[in-house]
Design a protein around this ligand. Sequence first.
Ligand code: NAD
Length: 324
Amino acid sequence: MNLLVTGAAGFVGSAYVRTLLAVGGPDAPHVTVVDKLTYAGTRGNLQLGHPRLDFVQGDICDAGLVDKLMGEADQVVHFAAESHVDRSILGAGDFVRTNVLGTQTLLDAAVRHGVGPFVHISTDEVYGSLESGSWREDHPLQPSSPYSASKASSDLLALATHRTHGLDVRVTRCSNNYGPRQFPEKVIPLFVTNLLDGRKVPLYGDGRNVRDWLHVEDHCHGVELVRTRGRPGEVYHIGGGTELSNRELTGLLLDACGADWDRVAYVEDRKGHDLRYCLDWSKARDELGYRPRRDFSTGLADTVAWYRENRAWWEPLKRRAGAA
Ligand code: NAD
């Protein structure tokens, strides 16, 4: 079985491919990764040379390349995306191109070649913001940022391809991921690497925005359950179960790095900043047996330790992104 995985030189996709390659046996898939290697993608995230891995550097908007790769694929897991909200606020063109047109290019080719399941990876951000309670999978999509609007658009295109063409599409929506190899522009690796360098950390507004935290390995486990046990045309939530305000998260990261609150710089709030996200993931629990397995405090301690021990991974990325 040849599994085409898009965007697996990035944070979540590379963790997913590592879990696939870690398990051998007759049912272990061959994995073909296609990734454009934007600023967020790193060759070093991939186990190049592994006998069950092929890597193709390429763009999911390249219809010719996508058609060729899809013709050789049996199933797809689609992670590739422009993924940083702040960048989408500065300019949304790349987000529409990759997240919307790139996804449609993949879907068109999958229909032509009859490839499925096609697991489309999405986000809780498509629902907008909620004060209390949690979202179920049929909640209306009310995205706030260009990033989340582009992801919501791609979700609708993916589900429409199931309805129109009968393609076996499955959509996952997850909470905020954390773990090793996350690009150091996202809040946890940005704060940890700044603190390790003796620098300040920028906290948006009053820090009361709440996010649910999911270890990347739990996310990958959920994606694999959806690929192997999910139903066509369904949306599944993959939640983490650890809700924290950004202020609470900052306190934990300061403690983990041995720093005080004088290292926090309060900065103007993000435009359109969603107050709170919260997924009801009982459908994935009841249907697929999903539950997050990583305890947040040990997961966070392990993550901080990883960044402490792997400066050679993140220092060039920070320099390249102009963040250092
Ligand atoms: P990331 O930014 O770390 O990685 C994205 C990868 O996609 C990079 O390797 C990049 O080179 C590649 N890519 C971008 N444009 C491409 C294109 N046109 N063609 C081919 N490759 C391209 O992102 P991530 O955090 O790993 O997120 C992966 C997926 O999970 C995304 O779809 C994202 O929306 C979703 N998601 C992530 C989180 C999170 O907390 N990280 C939460 C919810 C959903």
